[in-house]
Ligand binder design. Structure first.
Ligand SMILES: NC(=O)c1ccc[n+]([C@@H]2O[C@H](COP(=O)([O-])OP(=O)(O)OC[C@H]3O[C@@H](n4cnc5c(N)ncnc54)[C@H](OP(=O)(O)O)[C@@H]3O)[C@@H](O)[C@H]2O)c1
Length: 327
């Protein structure tokens, strides 16, 4: 019998799932003890297929990084898909994991689970204390249900079946494998794309929506993957010191935020764009500040490794290699 657990990474071709696989390999986990399936091979919304997969593979651990993910635009147009697919995927995976003897599972949520007006920085106990942001409410409700699925299975089957299902809530992530599709991308890939284009075309100016004053937090995706392994591998006693049975999720952030203006200037510097950056205050700013309180995770012994500028350099390298139109 192998000393290494058999690990299923759901969503291994996504930005986070692929970083988790990289991190497992980097930490010496043998590739043959990692199980993956593409979306085409296994549709996680299909309960029968998910049950059959778990019955055959019988993994020891699961990282649940598969999800239907998108920006404000997609969340607005396809709310039914966002709530239905995410609820189905996580319910199918968590229940099939339980039925097939998986003791350790890590569910990935998102900072959008917190109320729109949650005090900043947002602590884990802000969950379910207020109204959610309307634009991604269906997605957020699915993610909250994912946390509650893990907690409920632990409460009902933890003692009898040795179940220990945990949840992590990442802040905004960026890095290799990001989505550069212009309509639907997050702020960092969108700015990398725009500044790269402006540099190639020698555009004298790049105009950015809003005043540039809102502050946001960003984490390099390999740091996120390292945090996932860290949380998965904590002893139960240590994990329980920082969590409660019905307040069990853990925030994952770098602990500080940056203005959109400073972010844009950093990205321009990393890319080597020499033109002007202007802001269009007539366009909406969004919420002034969104920062996670990651004290729980830091108390559990995890620290950020990759600074913003270093992370952006790596992200741009990946963009040039895999996404930029070659001249
Ligand atoms: N990216 C961020 O900034 C961020 C921030 C906070 C939280 N998160 C969380 O981190 C997790 C992963 O996000 P990500 O950025 O890595 O997303 P991603 O790049 O879109 O990856 C998601 C993966 O899930 C797969 N998937 C979707 N529907 C599926 C289905 N029905 N059956 C099987 N596989 C399916 C996708 O495969 P296909 O592409 O083939 O459909 C893709 O490989 C999500 O839970 C997300 O909420 C991400």
């Amino acid at each position: 019998m192998s000393v290494y657990p058999k690990i299923y990474v759901a969503g291994h071709r996504g930005m986070v799932g692929s970083a988790i696989v990289r991190q497992l390999l980097a930490q010496g986990h043998p590739a043959k003890r990692i199980v993956t399936r593409t979306h085409a091979e296994l549709d996680l919304t299909d309960q029968a297929a998910v049950r059959a997969f778990f019955a055959i593979e019988r993994p020891d651990q699961v990282y649940l990084a598969a999800a239907k993910v998108g920006g404000i635009h997609a969340n607005n147009i396809y709310p039914a898909e966002f709530i239905y697919q995410n609820l189905m995927m996580q319910a199918n995976v968590i229940d099939a994991a339980f039925r097939n003897g998986v003791r350790n599972l890590l569910f990935l949520g998102s900072s959008c689970i917190y109320p729109k007006l949650a005090p900043q920085p947002m602590r884990e106990d802000a969950l379910l204390t207020g109204t959610l942001e309307a634009t991604n409410e269906p997605y957020a409700i699915a993610k909250i249900a994912g946390i509650k699925l893990c907690e409920s299975y632990n409460r009902q089957y933890g003692e009898s079946h040795g179940l220990d299902y945990r949840s992590v809530m990442p802040t905004n992530l960026y890095g290799p494998g990001d989505n550069y599709h212009s309509e639907n991308s997050h702020v960092i890939p969108a700015l990398i794309f725009r500044f790269h284009e402006a540099k190639v075309n020698q555009a004298p100016n790049v105009t950015i929506w809003g005043t540039g004053t809102p502050k946001r937090e960003f984490l390099y995706v390999d740091d996120m993957a390292a945090a996932c392994l860290h949380v998965m591998n904590l002893s139960q006693a240590t994990y329980r010191q920082q969590t409660q049975p019905m307040l069990s999720h853990i925030n994952v952030g770098c602990g500080h935020d940056i203005t959109i203006r400073a972010l844009a200037e950093t990205i321009a510097r990393v890319i080597g764009y020499m033109g002007d950056i202007t802001f269009d205050p007539a366009k909406p700013d969004g919420t002034p500040r969104k920062l996670m309180d990651s004290t729980r995770l830091n108390t559990l012994g995890w620290q950020v490794k990759v600074g913003l500028e270093e992370g952006l350099e790596k992200a741009y390298e990946d963009f040039l290699k895999n996404y930029a139109v070659q001249p």
